[in-house]
Ligand binder design. Structure first.
Ligand code: URA
Length: 451
């Protein structure tokens, strides 16, 4: 390998590195031959200088091939996954995975844990007693073949270079760099053995990329990497300025997901945005998976699977296959409630004009529903249930939200912050679109565009 100091200097001065040069750096770092301080300097140079498209593609490919790349060609069907950049109350995977599998498209899903103000699918699933997300690759394959869907965490075999580098970026202020984020996300997704991918890139207060233009930039980078790897990739930029649905917190989000899957055509009012987004993403996956003639047809099929109970039955199959308690899902009321609950009421009449998703996500950490550091334990019962959503008419005294926690002092310290996250005004706010942009290999279109 060229002297790493020379490579860091060239990147620092704005040069583009070749695949061979990047390979030297990534390989040496993964093997433990390049110290953290040199990789940190390189990552910081990338942060300030960015990467060319060729560099980003090479970097992603090197991280992808730093570990096992699953070959699922022995599992029949077009395998499709979804990735979300994360948000507050974003429990879409819990609904979408069984819906898509029930419609005949296999879903091999490798998910993440919550860190910071956003939640993670694994933490939610692990609140189901016995549910295992640490399956071996052989079990991952078996469950996918038997059930049509499997949800696990990143194993040591999947993109180990990313695992090591992401931990370093986290402590060196180098996470917020679009080519590095795109490479990190796509190296893990491409290692899953998928044929196609749907991306949900969040924008707004509760999103990783708050500004819409940055979210679009990230979405375009993700779609470009997916397509260049030969996988059909569709991205939607979606609103995360208020939490999705009504429930925020790990077990609470399982409850809302199951209730939506059981609701047939009668989605609870506050969950309408959750269901609209889930159906769009599942419809797109079913279309990409070759089981629908169009996204609209995929949405109709998704609705049908919810209406006829197939999606809910598929969720029970997944829970059973991954060692979880089916009884806990069948009898949600039997789950022990949080020891402490507190309701927060409106102090004036008017309209609910905003619910600050970031503040609610950060309050979730105070309640014990999220982590400040990777090793923190989470309280499965902590969280909140929104009684009102943006645009609702409000009367003084109406319950805005019920806060749940196992620890009374945590409940009290978070409640002031939660109250301040709700803004009631005298005029009705204008509606905000849920789907902000559609991104395909052809480019970016505003709003929901037909594919
Ligand atoms: N999620 C990832 O997996 N990687 C990043 O770099 C950022 C978010």
């Amino acid at each position: 390998m060229t002297n790493p100091v020379e490579l860091i200097r060239r990147k620092r001065d704005g040069a583009a590195l070749t695949r061979e040069e990047l390979s030297g750096l990534v390989g040496a770092y993964t093997r433990g031959e390049l110290p953290d301080y040199q990789m940190s300097a390189f990552l910081m140079a990338c942060y300030f200088r960015g990467m060319t498209e060729d560099e980003m593609l090479a970097f992603t490919d090197l991280m992808l091939h730093s570990g096992t790349v699953l070959d699922l060609s022995d599992v029949p069907g077009i395998k499709v996954d979804k990735h979300s950049t994360g948000g507050v109350g974003d429990k879409v995977s819990l609904l979408l995975a069984p819906i898509v599998a029930a419609c005949g498209v296999p879903v091999p899903m490798i998910s993440g844990r919550g860190l910071g103000h956003t939640g993670g699918t694994l933490d939610k699933l692990e609140t189901i007693p016995g549910f295992r997300t640490d399956l071996s690759i052989d079990d991952f394959r078996r469950v996918l073949r038997d059930v049509g869907c499997v949800l696990i965490g990143q194993t040591g075999e999947i993109a180990p270079a990313d695992k090591k580098m992401y931990a370093l970026r986290d402590v060196t202020a180098t996470v917020e760099c679009i080519p590095l984020i795109a490479g990190s996300i796509m190296s893990k997704k491409l290692a899953e053995g998928i044929d196609a991918l749907v991306l949900d890139i969040k924008t707004g207060r509760g999103a990783f990329m708050e500004k819409t233009d940055r979210a679009i930039e990230l979405g375009s980078a993700l779609v470009s990497i997916g397509e260049r790897a030969g996988k059909r990739t569709v991205g939607y930029v979606t609103d995360m300025s208020q939490p999705l649905g009504t429930h925020v917190g790990n077990w609470l989000e399982v409850v809302e997901s199951v209730e939506c899957l059981r609701s047939g055509d009668r989605t609870p009012d506050g969950s309408a945005d959750l269901m609209e987004l889930t159906l769009l993403l599942s419809g797109t996956m079913i279309w990409l998976g070759g089981k629908a003639g169009s996204v609209e047809d995929g949405i109709d099929r998704s609705r049908g699977a919810v209406r006829n109970g197939a999606a809910c039955a598929k969720l029970l199959d997944i829970v059973r296959a991954q060692g979880g308690s089916v009884g806990a899902i069948e009898r949600l009321d039997a789950y022990p409630p949080a020891a402490h609950q507190l309701t927060i009421a409106a102090e004036s009449d008017g309209w609910l004009s905003s619910i600050d998703a970031l503040e609610l996500g950060l309050s979730g950490i105070l309640l014990g529903a999220g982590r400040k550091a990777v090793a923190d334990r989470i309280d499965p019962l902590a969280g909140m249930v929104l009684n009102k959503k943006r645009g609702d008419a409000i009367k003084k005294g109406d319950t805005l939200v019920t806060v749940h926690a196992s620890d009374r002092s945590r409940l009290e310290s978070a409640s002031t912050r939660i109250r301040a996250a709700f803004t009631v005004t005298s005029t009705k706010p204008s509606p905000q679109p849920l789907i902000v942009a559609t991104i395909t290999k052809e480019g970016v279109r505003t709003g929901l565009a037909s594919l």
